[in-house]
Ligand binder design. Structure first.
Ligand code: HEC
Length: 252
């Protein structure tokens, strides 16, 4: 009877931790060493108590049951959330993972998602282990542009205010997008970004600020993201972009 109870206990532990009995650790990538550092920098500002997501991922114990979903979200670049299309503009606050970081997360999940190092081939029996200290998100460095001023421009073709443009903040409903292009008087075109509506609105900080000369124009093209919503594009939609310039007074 006692043996049965003990077996049941082990079975329960295995079930609770989401592990299958035959699963073995086949990776040297661990939560403690590589993965927690990535999560601290890129995930837990939202995935914690009071964050934007209801799923906390601040400890291995919290993250482990989500391992498969984490792999999926990271590989498909759904997470971390970033509402600007890759290849349009370059932003200093882009939280996207590097291909190497994505590979680490995938290797960790595929190898059994271990918390700390165990010799390869050990069974993935996940006993609670020593208590974990929940991760505290890395503080996100605010860009240091000094004082800034902001101008809100509606979508369409507009003269661009002159000055040193350091950031953009689209004001859009969800499933709406804008592509922002600057046309400079010398004929050069700068793609400033392709942004998708998000709540809350996000400021995108240009990695390289753009000096906008007098006579430049902005081309802000509005699109509706989901095909089945195209009809509603006939309805006037809020579409504005807040431009953030360095300094408190416009350039002479
Ligand atoms: C800007 C906030 C934010 C950031 C940063 C973020 N997430 Fe999320 N995540 C969310 C929201 C919101 C959801 C939707 C589910 C919810 O409401 O909790 C979500 C959902 C998920 C889910 C569940 C998907 C499912 O199967 O339903 C996983 C897994 C996940 N995120 C992993 C991550 C990982 C890993 C990172 C870091 C690399 C990350 N997230 C960064 C906000 C964020």
């Amino acid at each position: 009877m006692r043996i049965v109870a003990a077996l049941l206990g082990v079975a329960l532990l295995l079930t609770m931790s989401g592990a299958r009995a035959h699963e073995r650790i086949t990776t040297a990538v661990t939560w403690d060493r590589e993965i927690s550092a990535i999560f601290r920098a890129r995930c837990v500002n939202c995935h914690r108590d009071g964050g934007a997501s209801s799923i906390p991922l601040t400890t291995w114990a919290e993250a482990r049951p989500w391992a498969r979903a984490i792999r999926q979200e990271v590989m498909t670049r759904q997470m971390p959330i970033w509402n600007s299309s890759r290849g349009y503009g370059d932003f200093s606050n882009d939280p996207s993972l590097s291909p190497f970081e994505i590979a680490l997360v995938a290797a960790w999940v595929d190898g059994g998602a271990p918390r700390s190092f165990v010799p390869k081939g050990s069974p993935a029996i996940r006993l609670p282990g020593p208590p974990e200290v929940p991760l505290v998100p890395d503080s996100i460095a605010e860009p240091s542009h000094g004082p800034t001023r902001e101008t809100v421009v509606p979508c369409g073709d507009r003269p661009a205010p002159a000055g040193r443009l350091v950031g953009l903040r689209p004001e859009l409903a969800e499933r709406r997008s804008v592509r922002v292009l600057a046309r400079l008087p010398n004929g050069r075109q700068e793609s400033l970004g392709w942004f998708h509506g998000s709540k809350p609105a996000v400021s995108y900080w240009l990695r390289t600020p753009l000096t906008v000369p007098a006579g430049a124009t902005l081309h802000i093209a509005f699109t509706v993201a989901a095909p089945r919503l195209i009809e509603s594009s006939h309805v006037p939609d809020p579409c504005r972009v807040r431009l953030i310039y360095q300094g408190t007074t416009s350039a002479p």
